[in-house]
Design a protein around this ligand. Sequence first.
Ligand code: THU
Length: 141
Amino acid sequence: MSEVTDAVMQQLVEAARVARVRAYAPYSRFAVGAALLDEAGRIHAGCNVENAAHPQGMCAEACALAHLVLAGGTRVRAAVVVGVSDQPVTPCGGCRQKLREFADDDTPVWCADLHQVSARYTLGELLPASFGPAHIGAARP
Ligand code: THU
């Protein structure tokens, strides 16, 4: 799979920033946006959606993944998470595993705020030695 250009990564940053504005986060007041690039070059965005029953809340990455799958996407070629904090807003542990289902160790995962890209990782850096479909004999989607 060819490398994702910085220009496309920047498009993901913009899409995640737009999605973040839609966040439903009345409890934490911490709005997050995410954007994913699929194997066809399409961008799928998501925001966090909280719930009064707190554990039922959904992270922005999970929302974006649902959009990707619903649109017929099967692979995540790149991911961006946007949040406003004094440190880069990285995907939570659960979302790293969710992304891993559809991504590779070298898939870029960037973190950004409203002004800059604050960190650049690969999924393998964020989730080393990870468990995946092959462990249970499933073919890669
Ligand atoms: N959140 C995300 O949407 N993605 C992450 O990877 C980190 C956390 C959300 C969950 C919750 O709605 C809020 O941020 C505060 O934790």
